[in-house]
Design a protein around this ligand. Sequence first.
Ligand SMILES: Cc1cc2nc3c(=O)[nH]c(=O)nc-3n(C[C@H](O)[C@H](O)[C@H](O)COP(=O)(O)OP(=O)(O)OC[C@H]3O[C@@H](n4cnc5c(N)ncnc54)[C@H](O)[C@@H]3O)c2cc1C
Length: 551
Amino acid sequence: MLVWSGVLAGHDSCEGGAMDRLSVRHGQTTDQDGTGVPKPGERQPTEGAHRAEQAAAALAAGRSAAKTGHAVVIAGGGPTGLMLAGELALAGVDVAIVERRPNQDLAGPRARGLHARTIEVLDQRGIAERFLAEGQVAQIAGFAGIPLDISDFPTRHNYGLALLQSHIERILAAWVGELGVPSYRGREVTGFAQDDAGVDVALSGGRSLRADYLVGCDGGRSLIRKAAGIAFPGADPSTSWISAEVEMAEEPEFGMRRGGGGIGRASDGVRIGVVLTERDTEHTGEPTLQDLRDALIVAYGTDWGVHSPTWISRFTDMTRQAASYREGRVLLAGDAAHVHPPQGGQGLSLGVQDAVNLGWKLAQVVKKTSPASLLDTYHTERHPFAARVLRNTMAQVALLRPDDRTNALRDITSELLGMDEPRKRFAAMMSGLDIRYDLGAGHPLLGHRMPDLDLGTATGPLRVYTLLHEALPVLLNLGAPGGLDIAPWADRVRLIDANYAGRWELPVLGAVAAPAAVLIRPDGYVAWVDDRTGPVLADALTTWFGPPTAA
Ligand SMILES: Cc1cc2nc3c(=O)[nH]c(=O)nc-3n(C[C@H](O)[C@H](O)[C@H](O)COP(=O)(O)OP(=O)(O)OC[C@H]3O[C@@H](n4cnc5c(N)ncnc54)[C@H](O)[C@@H]3O)c2cc1C
């Protein structure tokens, strides 16, 4: 059955329609009608260039074989869509991004940094250094403005990174460009129709694409979510914030306001940044200079002669989550799947981690090495973590209310979080380092992130995260070399004989028993531990990486 969802703007056949106007040259796609895909010569040489060349060649080969579109179309090229595109491209999947913006520029600052687990995830792909080189390493984790130090956590990245979202997106987009992912820029997805075999994706301008799967990474107002009929239950806004970068005729009162917000110097040291609560929580249009004047007058009794805004934006504490992350061949990730206020700075990191959980699973389903049911584990694993973020942001908003009783409550919370055990638990939650997917009972490592150990191998020292750069599963044998045989999965899983004599330690949990072997998923989570208590290896390999290849 074919069901059109959303508003269709014409549908030309994918056999020769959309793809004929795209030419693929050495992993580089040029859009001949000039809508902003990378041009030859725009790729930046990097240390990962060889890997990028291989992935791009695989993409080009897959694309010419398919000829009718892409295996996966991603609606939205924000942080989540970019990360997902990179993950799929690394796996050799033919993926394309459709992005409304003509370029990667952002109208406001939005996210201001990355949490520790997200830096680890980028390290797993060999690109963390690109971000670290441009940002400021700092203890950024906090709860309702109460700082949480993670410098004693057992991770190579026991800190966060202060870096504006515009830079994060630029660096991600460059990586995705190196991997040869085509982008349909300055285009919107206007609707889609899914059938048993695939999805027809309608774009503004009358073009359409055929894909095996469509992923909505199109932000909080996601058209994909709405068109798929996926419910978005949650809480309406109780507060609204206006934020802007401006000039003022008079010197304003610089400083934070109790309850959040305030006035400060912008990053150029000249212009002025303002964040203030607004009287109304319901708005129909975009925020204006008059809205900002009104908010200034309510807060300070004057607008200081505000003028010449570089940008003005608005956010609320609306807190909602998609009831399902999958509807047939349509999936949701990032803000399309969950929205919450920015307290704690968790949104971008959450979306990037959605993408890293989904990418390898979708790649295996598209390549038919795993059944489509593997995609259901994406919802099962990620939905509870976003729900937890929604819950902690609601609590933070409540704790930041500017009345005396709430102030007293926040002071007491601050005292509690000054104690070591609560500090560790909250810091691990806010930095994402405590994520554990429920993969059953067994060794404490099962379902946790694999620590980035310094291994010894026959060919020399090696970091665990280096083994994950290709986004392939790894079976790490720390026992007798040659002691594990995974021949029926050898086409999908790398078997590495290594030794490690140091401590095994996880954030919050502390030291755990050294295992004889671990199976690491491409997203860096431990899928199996050889300690004779959990599932057998063949079952774990089949569950996560598909049935064995016949001998
Ligand atoms: C004021 C503010 C402060 C924030 N502070 C932080 C913070 O400190 N830390 C943090 O981690 N997060 C923060 N966030 C949240 C963070 O910005 C988001 O969580 C993050 O951008 C989500 O990424 P995304 O890719 O899922 O969605 P988005 O960034 O919203 O990207 C969606 C993309 O889809 C495109 N698009 C939309 N519809 C279509 C369509 N139909 N067709 C094609 N393209 C489409 C859009 O142009 C956009 O590029 C903040 C947000 C705001 C508003």
